[in-house]
Design a protein around this ligand. Structure first.
Ligand SMILES: [Zn+2]
Length: 146
C-alpha cells in the first residue's frame, strides 16, 4: 500500500489558472496539469533562486522530494511549451500556512491565510483596537484537491 502523501507547504497564493497557445480553442488542446506544489517548487528555486535545501525547508519536504517535484514540474512546463499544450495549474497535496493574530485589548484571535492579499491588519476586527500582535505561524488550512 502506498504511503499517504505528506502535505507540502505552499506560500504563494494558489489560484487555479490555465495557460494556452493563442488562437487554438482549449478543447482542441492537450492539457497538462501542473500541481500547486510543483509551481511552488519552481517559484522558490527558479524565480527566487533559493538553494534546494532552502526551498525544501520552506515547503516542509526533504531535499530528495523537492528534487523529484522540481524535475516533474520542469518536465511538465517544458512539455507544454514544446508540444503547444494547455498548462492547467490546479490540485495537489498542500497546505497554505496561516498567520495568526491576537488583540491585546479584547483577546480576540483570528487567522489570515498567508499570501491571501489581505496583508497586515491595522485593527482588531472585533473591537477596533490597534493593539494587535502576531502569534505563531501555523499550518492549518488543508486545500487538498483545490
Ligand atoms: Zn479586540
Amino acid at each position: 500500500m502506498p504511503r499517504p502523501r505528506k502535505h507540502r507547504r505552499v506560500w504563494h497564493e494558489p489560484l487555479p489558472a490555465i495557460f494556452k497557445p493563442v488562437g487554438v480553442p482549449l478543447r482542441h488542446l492537450q492539457t497538462i496539469t501542473l500541481l500547486h506544489e510543483e509551481l511552488e517548487a519552481l517559484r522558490l528555486t527558479d524565480l527566487e533562486e533559493r538553494y534546494q535545501e532552502d526551498a525544501a525547508e520552506q515547503m516542509g519536504v526533504s531535499r530528495s522530494t523537492l528534487q523529484r517535484i522540481l524535475t516533474e514540474a520542469r518536465r511538465k512546463v517544458t512539455q507544454a511549451l514544446v508540444e503547444e499544450a494547455a498548462l492547467h495549474i490546479e490540485g495537489g497535496t498542500f497546505r497554505v500556512p496561516t498567520v495568526r493574530w491576537q488583540c491585546d485589548e479584547c483577546g480576540h484571535r483570528w487567522e489570515i491565510e498567508h499570501g491571501s492579499g489581505q496583508g497586515t491588519p491595522a485593527r482588531c476586527p472585533t473591537c477596533g483596537s490597534a493593539t494587535i500582535r502576531l502569534r505563531r505561524m501555523r499550518r492549518k488550512k488543508d486545500l487538498r484537491g483545490f
